[in-house]
Design a protein around this ligand. Structure first.
Ligand code: SF4
Ligand code: SF4
Length: 464
């Protein structure tokens, strides 16, 4: 690779010997950082209260992989709705792709929980305990003594405490807030698995935020890896205006008129970068669009009395030709696909049955003959996806016959619940034309027919 692009041969967190290169970014300051603080504080509050909000007794969000129950914005997705859930996920992914094509990695800088926790929580605590970049470096290089033990100990305690809190919230999203509160308040011996899970999650979060840090974005995040295929010259990204900035060079106060570009080569944009890159080399996979370099460069521009915005949200095309074509062919194609997916999703959501019914002949049972009738035994499953209790009954639609429930005569399915039952179906013998009959059963909520379910009915062979 030529010298101009040699920075692409290595990553900033790995040194030439393959060891870890620890980064000590300076503390960002500026208007974008302040706006991010406000946005991130709101998002953190939403994240922490999310699993505790309930609608109709159900959590607003739940991702219970163990029981295959998912709740998004209060809408419950049962295993039977798996295709709908997958469609919702695909729609979300296409939305993120479309958003990225137009606005680049705004998600990473402003919304991603990893960035929010890393830059707005853990990094700020680190600045508070150990001081800014230079002091952190000095502390790490100094011998162990009272000051180092005190600061490192305090940092470990604070980091682990926050990791523990995150682990609890994370678990609440999976098992629900009620189950989490039970683990916390009940006797520990009744919840050994739950407590082990909390400990494991806390340790993983601690490891991520105290040790792995920016490498999540640089190495591990699949979204970051996909940037190369999603962004193009029209995408709005954090970019350095090389037309204005080059040729870079130190500011010479004695000069009457600056003959070089506006970049005074102060290196501040590199020193503030949490992933350690030099944005002046152009758009790079490591850039999480955190805006820290925009702020620091604006501060430098203010001091040097050059116009702000040498590093700004802009597109490559805008830097080069002063124009950005946002609604290009790629964006049009993604928008079309997204519109189709959203339409499909809305259609399926509105046509989703409120109560899903399965009626099956009981396993291993054949028919029983009475004087004038033949009976079959059935098991049935009712899944009530609504927020209301439902009184349900069955009627045979295709034949003359009767239903006898085993157990309660009234079937009441609680909201967001499953009801399992057993019943006999009796058909008059003269109704049976073959050994196996197709049977249609109507599912009624009160007097309203809500679904027709097909099953089969076995009878004697009349040829003998
Ligand atoms: S902060 Fe601005 S002026 Fe300083 S090196 Fe970076 S781009 Fe140049
Ligand atoms: S280059 Fe700028 S926007 Fe990108 S990660 Fe570094 S500081 Fe943040």
């Amino acid at each position: 690779m030529d010298e101009e692009h040699s920075f692409r041969d290595s990553i900033t967190t790995v040194n030439e010997k393959g060891g870890r290169n620890w980064l000590y970014p300076i503390k960002p300051k500026g208007s974008y950082y302040n706006k991010r603080k406000v946005v991130n504080a709101i998002l953190l509050i939403c994240l922490f209260i999310g699993p505790f909000i309930k609608v109709g007794g159900q959590p607003f969000f739940l991702f219970n992989f163990l029981e295959r129950k998912f709740i998004l914005f209060g809408v419950v997705f049962w295993p039977l709705d798996f295709s709908l859930f997958v469609l919702a996920m695909i729609t979300a992914i296409v939305f993120v792709v479309l958003f990225t094509v137009i606005f680049g990695r705004i998600w990473c800088g402003w919304i991603c929980p990893q960035t929010i926790f890393m830059e707005m929580v853990f990094r700020r605590i680190e600045y508070w305990i150990e001081g800014d970049s230079r002091k952190q470096k000095k502390l790490n290089n100094q011998q162990w003594g009272t000051e180092k033990i005190r600061k490192k100990g305090l940092k470990f305690f604070a980091f682990y405490l926050i990791s523990f809190l995150i682990a609890n919230v994370f678990l609440a999203y999976i098992i629900g807030s009620d189950a989490l509160l039970e683990i916390i308040t009940d006797h520990p011996k009744n919840h050994v698995n739950g407590l082990i899970s909390i400990f494991i999650f806390s340790s993983i979060f601690y490891w991520v935020f105290a040790w792995f840090m920016e490498q999540v974005c640089i190495i591990a995040c699949p979204y970051g890896r996909l940037q190369g295929v999603m962004i193009d010259k029209n995408t709005i990204v954090v970019a350095y205006d090389y037309i204005r900035g080059e040729k870079r060079g130190r500011l010479n106060r004695k000069e009457k008129e600056r003959i070089l570009g506006d970049c005074v080569d102060c290196n501040q944009c590199v020193e503030v970068c949490p992933t350690g890159i030099d944005i002046r080399n152009g758009t790079q996979l490591e850039c999480i669009n955190c805006t820290a370099c925009m702020d620091v460069c604006d501060n430098v521009m203010e001091k040097t009395q050059f116009p702000k915005g040498l590093i700004s949200y802009t597109s490559e095309k805008n830097i080069k030709n002063g124009e950005t074509k946002i609604f290009n062919n790629r964006v049009k194609a993604y928008s079309l696909v997204l519109s189709l997916l959203v339409s499909l999703l809305v259609f399926f959501m509105f046509n989703r049955t409120a109560i899903d019914t399965t009626i099956l002949r009981a396993k291993g049972q054949i028919y029983q003959e009475q004087e004038l009738t033949v009976s079959n035994l059935y098991t049935f499953n009712l899944v009530n996806k609504t927020m209301f209790k439902a009184e349900v009954n069955f009627k045979i639609l295709s034949h003359k016959g009767e239903i006898e429930y085993i157990g309660p005569k009234e079937i009441v399915v609680n909201q967001q619940d499953i009801y399992k039952g057993t019943m006999f179906i009796y058909l008059l013998t003269d109704q049976l034309s073959s050994v196996k009959q197709e049977l249609t059963i109507g599912v009624y909520k009160g007097n309203e027919l809500i679904e027709e379910v097909e099953t089969n009915f076995l009878g004697p062979n009349k040829n003998y």
